[in-house]
Design a protein. Structure first.
Length: 112
């Protein structure tokens, strides 16, 4: 089998783990979004040629196909909505390895 060098830019993201669960799709950085993405991704050095996998985007930001007359036609290649920004599993340095991404506190400044 040929080995692919595709790799997600997010440092904590090991896509290989997921290949049995789910198909992982990669998105390259839209040139208009490069700056915004650099701001939300903790890891430095994001380039226009970098790729992020679909795990970092909310469902609503991924266009998987289109509906024409009540029939869903999936795209061969998923796309991102214009202005979509990665929000999930960005490899924040919050320490906890296996905390679920669903439960995240809204404000971090309430530590007593
Ligand atoms: Zn990833």
């Amino acid at each position: 089998m040929g080995r692919k060098t595709k790799r997600c830019f997010i440092s904590d993201c090991y896509v290989q783990k997921d290949k049995e669960n789910k198909e992982v799709v990669f998105f390259s950085v839209p040139s208009l979004s490069l700056k915004a993405w650099q701001e939300v991704i903790p890891k430095c050095g994001l380039l226009p040629t970098s790729k992020l996998c679909s795990r970092h985007f909310e469902e609503a930001d991924v266009i998987k196909g289109r509906v024409i007359q009540d029939i869903f036609y999936p795209y061969g290649r998923w796309r991102l909505k214009a202005g979509a920004i990665p929000k999930l599993l960005l490899g924040t340095s919050n320490g906890s390895r296996s905390s679920s991404a669903n439960a995240r506190p809204k404000s971090q400044s309430n530590v007593v």
